[in-house]
Design a binder for this molecule. Structure first.
Ligand code: ATP
Length: 468
């Protein structure tokens, strides 16, 4: 039996199609013809996404004594984004095909061109003119219509603008947050004044961020809105060695991906940013990358941002964001290390990593804690009231402690097939023997093996099996 994650060339198409068929992810606004780079998370997908979010929140906020949480606004005072540099700095360079009007990011166009030749190029930090030159020298064609007829490269800002109030005047202009991190910096004073945190400590936040992405999104890898999970870990650079702390965070992120999310290590790698790519204030930035079907791509960014953000917000707001050491009385702006990830990217990775083919059988081998449903309950026959009543009883009882699916359509084979495709670890069937002997058949997703378990021992059985 081969239960290795399938790594076939059309794996992404299989995941996209399964996602729609089984209710993980639907194309956004589909009945109106769709909206590029937007998606809806269906009944099963929302459970998977939540489980990943909870895993992140529990691991990095609740279970750590050096972390606290925050939930700031999506719309912040617009000066926030001037101070952070996003109004001028959150920009991409874009070209448009004059023939078919496809817009694409110039850096992606160039990188994809080189990747196809099995070569690597770094275009980070290059000017519009330099990008134009590379596109022209290589005669890079439009991937949609095959023409070589581009507009010159131009920069555009990724922040979504909107207005507060009813009159769209310049003074009322605000932005939907482009990252959650800035909410942490501007709440820094309130956090240290209202809690008993002392350095080093971190603040974690999880919530929607918005970016006006124009490039093809590769399913939920890159979307207009996404669930971002960010941590700002504050420390005193005179007493804490930043290099040691950076390594400790690298280990924690790696452990989360491989242990908590069960992802295979050989599909992961760290990539350090080169000088031109790294923000000028950052002393070190590394990306944890996953081997997606479209190449190794950033999953999680880890950056040592020094005291840049607190300094900027102190300057722009006029409010001193210094920390005062409770023992020595030393007053200073702490430095930060920032691990930043998109939950949606984690979800795409988890689905790709879990996709398994065993002959005809397709199943998503989620770690049990991530599975949308922990078990499914079926009556063997839907037209036998005594079986349905007993099965309902079992279902209602288990539902108090686990997320449980109910299915009484079609035959058992079809039900197994459907539960396999949504990654349900166990299927529980109530048959005629159950009525007499009080036990049920439990079938294991990964081995397809079946065993009899007493109904009154089902809770303990699942608790034990679902650990880990
Ligand atoms: P990329 O180079 O892929 O555009 P980035 O370097 O701009 O990403 P960061 O600003 O470092 O990304 O954001 C931190 C994390 O947020 C990323 O590692 C990624 O997981 C997630 N993220 C960023 N943009 C998006 C998006 N448009 N859709 C989904 N997730 C995103």
């Amino acid at each position: 039996m081969s239960d290795k994650p399938a790594n076939n060339s059309n794996l992404m198409e299989k995941i996209v199609s399964l996602s729609k068929r089984r209710g993980f992810v639907f194309p956004g606004s589909e009945i109106y013809g769709g909206l590029a780079n937007s998606y809806e998370y269906g009944p099963v997908g929302v459970e998977l996404k939540r489980n990943i979010q909870d895993e992140w929140w529990n691991t990095f906020v609740r279970r750590r004594s050096d972390m606290v949480g925050l939930d700031s606004s999506i719309i912040l005072h617009p000066k926030t984004w001037e101070a952070s540099g996003h109004v001028t700095g959150l920009v991409d360079s874009m070209v448009e095909c004059k023939k078919c009007h496809t817009r694409t990011r110039a850096d992606h166009l160039i990188e994809d061109h080189y990747e196809k030749k099995n070569e690597k190029i770094s275009v980070e930090g290059k000017s519009e003119k330099e990008l134009d030159d590379i596109i022209n020298e290589n005669k890079i064609k439009c991937s949609t219509c095959g023409s070589f007829d581009w507009t010159p490269v131009r920069k555009f800002n990724l922040l979504f603008e909107t207005h507060v109030g009813i009159v769209p005047e310049a003074q009322s202009k605000v932005y939907l947050r482009g990252e959650t991190a800035q909410g942490i910096f501007i709440a820094f004073k309130n956090i240290i004044d209202s809690t008993r945190v002392s350095l080093p400590f971190g603040v974690g936040q999880l919530g929607k961020s918005f970016r006006n992405e124009i490039t093809k999104g590769n399913f939920i890898f890159r979307t207009l809105e996404f669930e971002q999970a960010e941590i700002e870990y504050f420390f005193d650079p005179e007493t804490t060695d930043w290099k040691g702390l950076f390594e400790a965070w690298k280990n924690d992120l790696w452990k989360f991906i491989t242990k908590n999310l069960g992802v295979r290590e050989d599909y992961l790698r760290w990539r350090e940013h080169e000088d031109a790519e790294r923000s000028f204030y950052s002393k070190r930035t590394e990306d944890l990358e996953y081997k997606f079907p479209f190449g190794f791509k950033e999953l999680w960014g880890l950056a040592y941002r020094t005291d840049y953000d607190l300094k900027q917000h102190t300057q722009f707001s006029g409010v001193d964001l210094s920390y005062v050491d409770p023992v020595s009385g030393k007053k200073f702006l702490p430095h930060v290390i920032e691990p930043a990830v998109g939950i949606n990217r984690l979800m795409a990775m988890v689905m790709l990593n879990s996709y398994t083919e065993d002959g005809e059988r397709v199943f998503l081998k989620f770690p049990p804690r991530l599975a949308p449903y922990k078990a499914a309950v079926f009556p063997l026959l839907a037209n036998k009231p005594e079986l349905v009543t007993k099965a309902r009883e079992v279902y209602e009882k288990l539902k108090k402690d686990f997320t449980i699916a109910w299915d009484d359509r079609g035959n058992i084979g079809k039900r197994y097939y459907a539960q396999d495709e949504i990654g349900t670890p166990f299927c529980i069937t109530i048959d005629f023997d159950s009525l007499e002997k009080g036990d049920v058949t439990v079938r294991d997703r990964d081995t397809a093996k079946q065993e009899r378990v007493p109904i009154n021992g089902l809770k303990e059985f699942l608790e034990e099996k679902l650990q880990g």
